[in-house]
Design a protein around this ligand. Structure first.
Ligand code: SAH
Length: 223
């Protein structure tokens, strides 16, 4: 029997992923079992540069090029849990980035749409998602602050970059009883807001302080 050269490395990464789920997520009150399972399944290390793979399961964000970052595992888990997915919802993500959060969403539902403003990041995310067999996600390059009206309404919307305010087109494109999760604040620090649409009105609650890269676009920050 021959050992594949990457064999040990993969075992180590799997162990690191299991530990991430246990210590960074479960012990910090991520309770939704399906979120924990999705985070245990998706190989986060595939969404970062080869040189950063050994750090992929560390407790922080990592650079993904173009001045952007893959969010901290805890933040991805918290946002996913806040979306309250039961499976099959139509979901819109703004800020594809590495495609990691996109893959987590695709573990819940085959109807995932994701918009990224950087063509380079969008191309690279598309390649990674395809390699890993996530064939249902639909990506596009553009200004996500305008949403994606052609496929609206969405049961869930998640914004993975920090906004000055909730972009009006996104709230418009949210279905009644839908849930939208978005970091809102200044350019450096935000609070993670959970917006539920009831009778056409927004009910907003705050989850936690956070620091995302800026949401740049017509209904976001200037570059
Ligand atoms: N979910 C991603 C997070 C990437 S960081 C991940 O886990 O990898 C946020 C991303 O939002 C960046 O890639 C940035 O280019 C993108 N972004 C910023 N403003 C945007 C906009 N108006 N529309 C779409 N994407 C935007």
């Amino acid at each position: 029997m021959t050992l594949r050269p990457e064999g040990n490395g993969n075992d180590e990464l799997t162990r690191a992923r299991d530990e991430m789920v246990r210590y960074q997520l479960a012990e910090r009150n991520i309770r939704d079992r399906r979120v924990l399972e999705a985070m245990a399944r998706v190989p986060r290390h595939r969404f970062v540069d080869v040189a950063l793979r050994s750090r992929a399961y560390d407790d922080h964000a990592l650079p993904i090029g173009s001045g952007q970052t893959i969010s901290q595992p805890y933040m991805v888990a918290l946002m996913t849990e806040a979306l309250g997915l039961s499976g099959g919802e139509k979901v819109l993500e703004i800020g594809t980035g590495s495609g990691y959060q996109t893959a987590i969403l695709a573990e819940f539902t085959p109807r995932v749409f994701s918009i990224e403003r950087s063509p380079q990041l969008s191309r690279s995310a598309a390649a990674t998602l395809k390699e890993l067999g996530y064939n249902n996600v639909i990506l596009k390059t553009g200004d996500g602050t305008l949403g994606w009206p052609e496929h609206a309404p969405y049961d869930r919307i998640v914004v993975t970059a920090g906004a000055p305010d909730l972009p009006a087109p996104l709230f418009e494109q949210l279905a009644e009883k839908g849930i939208l999760v978005i970091p809102v604040g200044d350019r450096d620090f935000q609070s993670l807001e959970v917006v539920v649409k009831r009778g056409g009105k927004a009910r907003t609650s705050r989850l936690i302080d956070c620091a995302f890269v800026p949401l740049v676009g017509r209904e976001g920050w200037d570059r």
